[in-house]
Design a protein around this ligand. Structure first.
Ligand SMILES: *Cc1c(COP(=O)(O)O)cnc(C)c1O
Length: 392
C-alpha cells in the first residue's frame, strides 16, 4: 500500500455512489448562455442573480481601475494594501445596507472565518442553525467556542437550546439568511426577538439574500425591516454583485474590532483594485434602479410555476433558487447529464451537500435570462423528465 492508496479508494467510492463532482470548464463570459466544455448551453448554475458578472458598467469600472492602480494590492491591508477604493466601497456598502460601517474581505468564506473567532472564544457558546453554510461551520470551529446546533429554522428549538446552556462567557446566534440548497429564508424576526431577550449577539450570513431580498436588493435585514437590530450582517460580492469579495456590515464598534482582530483581514491580501471598482459600480447600479431585482423575481416566479405545472416537485423555496427534487443522487446526475445534452447546464446536488435521498437539480434563476431562455429551459426539463419517468 502506498501512502495515498486510501485516497484512490475514496475517490473510486465517490464515483460509484454518484457523488463525484465533475468540474466543468467555462470558456466564455458568465451570462444566460455560456460555453461549457466547448458547448454553448443555457446556464442555470451561476449565483449571478442580477447578471452583473459581465455587465458593461462593471467591466469598464474594473478596466479603469486596472489602468489607474494596476492589478495587485501589494500587501495585506494593515501594512500597505488599503486603497482609497476599498474605503470608498466600504462606505458605499454601509450606506446601501443602512448600517454604521462595513469592512470588506477577499471572500464571503473569509468574512465568516474572520468574524466568528473575533467575537467568541474558548469559554463562549455559539448557537448555529443545523443547516448553516460550511464557512459558518468552519468559522465556529476556528473560534474554539462550544457549538450548539439548533434545528433548522426552528426558533422554539433555539430557545430550548439557549435555556440548556447555563455555563457561558459570551454568546452568539448565527444563521444563513437564505439557505442555498432549498431557497428558504431564516425567521430573522424571531431570531432577533430571542437574541434581544437574552442579550445575545446576532449574526446573519446574507450571501444569497444580498441583491435579491429587500428593497432593491438591500438584503434580509431590509426584507424584515430590522434595521439597526441585527448586530452582524455578513455578505458576499461573488453572487448577486457579480464580482468577488466578502463584506461584514453592522455597528461601527464591531467593524473597528474586525480591523484589529479579523485574521484573514490581517494576514491575507485584499480584494484587488478592479474587484473593488467593479463592486462599487454594482452598488451604484442597485441604488439607481430596482429593475434587475424585479426581473430576477419575475423570472423565478415563471420558472417555478411552470415546473410545478409540468408535475415537478420544486420543494418549498421562497427565493429565486429552485430545487427540483429527484431523490437518489444517481438519478439527479443522470438528469443533469441529459439536460446538458439538450443544451441546459443545471447542476445535480447530492450528499453531503444535501441529505441522503434528497438529491436534486438546483436551478439558479437570474435577471440575465429572457422569456425565450425560460421557455427553452422548461422544454428541456419536460423532455428529460418524461424520458426518465420523473413526470407523467
Ligand atoms: C456562497 C456563500 C458563502 C461564500 O461566499 P464566497 O464569497 O464565495 O466565499 C458564504 N456563506 C454563504 C451562506 C454562502 O452561500
Amino acid at each position: 500500500m502506498t501512502k495515498t492508496a486510501w485516497i484512490e479508494q475514496e475517490l473510486a467510492a465517490l464515483k460509484e455512489q454518484g457523488l463525484f463532482t465533475n468540474i466543468r470548464t467555462i470558456g466564455s463570459a458568465m451570462g444566460a448562455w455560456i460555453e461549457v466544455d466547448g458547448k454553448r448551453v443555457l446556464n442555470f448554475c451561476a449565483n449571478n442573480y442580477l447578471g452583473l458578472a459581465n455587465h458593461p458598467r462593471l467591466v469598464s469600472a474594473a478596466k479603469a481601475a486596472v489602468d489607474q492602480y494596476g492589478v495587485g494590492p501589494g500587501a495585506v491591508r494593515t501594512i500597505a494594501g488599503t486603497l482609497d477604493l476599498h474605503l470608498q466601497l466600504e462606505k458605499r456598502l454601509a450606506e446601501f445596507k443602512g448600517v454604521e460601517a462595513a469592512i470588506t474581505f477577499q471572500s464571503g468564506f473569509n468574512a465568516n472565518l474572520a468574524t466568528i473567532p473575533a467575537l467568541v472564544g474558548k469559554d463562549d457558546v455559539i448557537f448555529s442553525d443545523r443547516l448553516n453554510h460550511a464557512s459558518i461551520i468552519d468559522g465556529c470551529r476556528l473560534s474554539r467556542a462550544k457549538i450548539v446546533a439548533y434545528e433548522h429554522n426552528d426558533p422554539a428549538d433555539l430557545r430550548r437550546k439557549i435555556a440548556e446552556e447555563t455555563q457561558y462567557g459570551r454568546r452568539l446566534i448565527v444563521s444563513d439568511g437564505v439557505f442555498s440548497m432549498d431557497g428558504d429564508i431564516a425567521p430573522l424576526a424571531d431570531l432577533y426577538t430571542i437574541a434581544a431577550e437574552h442579550d445575545i449577539l446576532l449574526m446573519v450570513d446574507d450571501a444569497h439574500g444580498e441583491g435579491v431580498l429587500g428593497r432593491g436588493g438591500r438584503g434580509i435585514v431590509d426584507h424584515f425591516g430590522l434595521h439597526g437590530l441585527v448586530d452582524i450582517e455578513v455578505g458576499t460580492m461573488s453572487k448577486a454583485f457579480g464580482v468577488v469579495g466578502g463584506v461584514v456590515a453592522g455597528k461601527k464598534v464591531i467593524i473597528d474590532w474586525l480591523r484589529q482582530r479579523g485574521r484573514p483581514f490581517l494576514f491575507s491580501s485584499a480584494m484587488t483594485a478592479p474587484d473593488a471598482a467593479a463592486c462599487l459600480a454594482a452598488v451604484e447600479l442597485l441604488e439607481e434602479s430596482t429593475e434587475l431585482v424585479e426581473r430576477l423575481w419575475r423570472n423565478a416566479e415563471v420558472f417555478k410555476t411552470e415546473l410545478k405545472k409540468l408535475g415537478f416537485d420544486t420543494g418549498h423555496s421562497q427565493t429565486p433558487i429552485v430545487p427540483v427534487m429527484l431523490g437518489e443522487a444517481p438519478l439527479a446526475q443522470q438528469f443533469s447529464r441529459k439536460l446538458f445534452e439538450e443544451g441546459v447546464f443545471a447542476m445535480a446536488i447530492g450528499f453531503p451537500t444535501v441529505p441522503q435521498g434528497k438529491a436534486r437539480i438546483r436551478v439558479m434563476n437570474t435577471a440575465a435570462h429572457g422569456q425565450s431562455d425560460l421557455e427553452f429551459g422548461l422544454a428541456a426539463f419536460e423532455k428529460v423528465g418524461k424520458e426518465l419517468g420523473v413526470i407523467g
